[in-house]
Write a protein that binds this ligand. Structure first.
Ligand code: SAM
Length: 231
């Protein structure tokens, strides 16, 4: 059996490449995005009632992942990136079907678009469905997961003075919390956990039209070297 699904909208987000995106929703509250709803869901009636809802589930397609039956085992970054577990014990993007789900905060609902925050979705991600978060059913107070027992340990993020000034300028131009977003994303440590880079090794992430360069002066800290318009 094959199933055909039609997206109901598309995510517009700061995340124009996969590297640097938080690995789960709600880890970077400053990560805002807009879901552009497609007809006929761009009407007031499709979103009526959402004013009563603080969080929503997004069901979406990992449109930039390789899916298929070959993916029975995966190497989650959380386990260092070199230990394999079964795909159904993981939320890895490479899976039998390219389906993702994230709980995000609903900031605003207007006919045609929803503003959300705490997202972990690439720009351009097709959205298949949206459902309200239902606390009494979705909060599992005695749930355990020994593969992911605690939130990720955060790295300290500090700035070169010129990089911070450039980030503040970009925040004004874009009308977005650029400084907070960079700090929240980098604090998650974007690189694979098994890499132990030399202090002079530089990494880059893209957010909107910005190229953010950083390095690891010590193991548990990141320094932002520059924030500049990408080529
Ligand atoms: N919360 C979702 C879930 O559990 O299904 C996603 C978890 S997945 C580990 C999060 C990662 O997916 C992000 O860090 C980003 O690298 C990647 N990602 C986000 N949107 C994507 C897309 N449209 N295509 C491929 N990869 C994507």
């Amino acid at each position: 059996m094959s199933i055909e699904l039609q997206p109901i909208g598309v995510m517009r987000s700061a995340f124009v490449e996969k590297f640097g995106i938080p690995r789960q929703p709600r880890l970077a509250p400053a990560a805002r995005g807009q879901i552009l709803l497609s007809p006929p869901y761009d009407s007031a009636e499709a979103i009526a009632g959402l004013e009563h809802v603080s969080h929503i589930w997004l069901l979406f397609v990992f449109h930039q992942a390789h899916s298929g039956p070959q993916h029975t085992r995966v190497r989650p970054p959380r386990l260092g990136g070199n230990q394999r577990i079964g795909v159904f014990a993981s939320r890895a993007t490479h899976r039998p079907n390219p389906l993702g789900q994230s709980v995000v905060r609903l900031e605003q609902a207007e006919p045609g678009y929803l503003t959300v925050s705490g997202i972990d979705l690439l720009d351009g991600t097709p959205i298949l469905d949206i459902k309200p978060y239902v606390p009494y059913a979705d909060v599992v107070s005695d749930a355990t997961n020994q593969l992911a027992p605690t939130p990720p340990v955060l790295l300290a993020v500090n700035w070169h003075r010129d990089a911070l000034a450039a980030a503040h300028l970009a925040a004004t131009r874009l009308g977005e919390p650029v400084v907070q977003l960079i700090e929240q994303c980098l604090a998650q440590d974007p690189k694979p956990a098994y890499q132990q880079p030399a202090p002079e090794r530089e990494y880059g992430v893209r957010l909107w039209d910005l190229n953010i360069r950083f390095h690891y002066p010590q193991a548990a800290s990141i320094r932002v070297i520059s924030v500049a318009l990408a080529d």
